[in-house]
Design a protein around this ligand. Structure first.
Ligand code: PA5
Ligand code: NI
Length: 197
């Protein structure tokens, strides 16, 4: 039974693990085929080891509009070719739902876009709050070489996840390392919405 009374919990750093949670989700390299631009680098890395890219600790709530799902997201440092480790990214299945992120640790970027192809990339660093408005798909990218990117997220209980759209079309922008620094570049594999069948 999920609690109906108020509750509180802590988040210890550097781990980012809440002192109470219901679900621990782990995503490895093998769960993101076709998502990293450098496919030979992806295949070579996967042949070596199915690396752990990120983890999510969820405080589960009923999937209804009045509830708020929340938890922590922990993206580990690393790169596939020149592209930083990142989350799968998704639209919310209920498109008209927003999300708030609070960055607790590390350095990164949130890559966002709408179904119409508008895009935005915002920096994530400790103490910054990021608002993802309704309709915007979102993906967190860890641009640090040695630190986990840890964020606290909160979104409506009925939002749901649409992973399929991003799996098919990717994001319009990629975050890659150039001259030792993160750079936002066009994704050569992305097609504008009008060109999609
Ligand atoms: O709800 C969110 O947007 C986050 O909790 C993400 O689910 C989390 O960062 C993991 O990313 P994804 O769900 O795209 O795998
Ligand atoms: Ni979300």
């Amino acid at each position: 039974m999920l609690p109906t009374d108020p509750f509180s919990f802590g988040v210890s750093l550097p781990g980012g693990i809440p002192t109470r949670y219901d679900n621990h989700i782990t995503r490895r390299l093998s769960s993101m085929p076709g998502q990293f631009a450098d496919q030979p680098a992806y295949a070579a890395m996967l042949a070596q080891e199915d690396v752990l890219l990120y983890e999510v600790y969820e405080i589960v709530r009923p999937h209804v509009a009045g509830e708020l799902l929340h938890g922590t997201s922990i993206v580990h440092p690393g790169q596939v070719g020149k592209e930083y480790f990142m989350t799968k990214g998704h639209f919310h299945a209920e498109l008209e739902t927003a999300e708030v992120y609070y960055c607790l640790q590390g350095a990164g970027m949130m890559v966002m876009e709408t179904p119409e192809g508008e895009w935005s990339v915002q920096e994530l660093r400790p103490g910054r709050v990021l608002y993802v408005p309704p309709r915007w798909a979102h993906r967190s990218v860890n641009t640090s070489h040695d630190q986990d990117l840890i964020t606290l997220f909160v979104y409506p209980g009925h939002a749901g996840h649409d992973y399929g759209t991003i799996e098919q079309q990717g994001f319009r922008k990629l975050v890659v390392e150039r001259d030792g620094r993160p750079q936002v570049v066009d994704n050569p594999g992305w097609r504008p919405p009008a060109a999609r069948s």
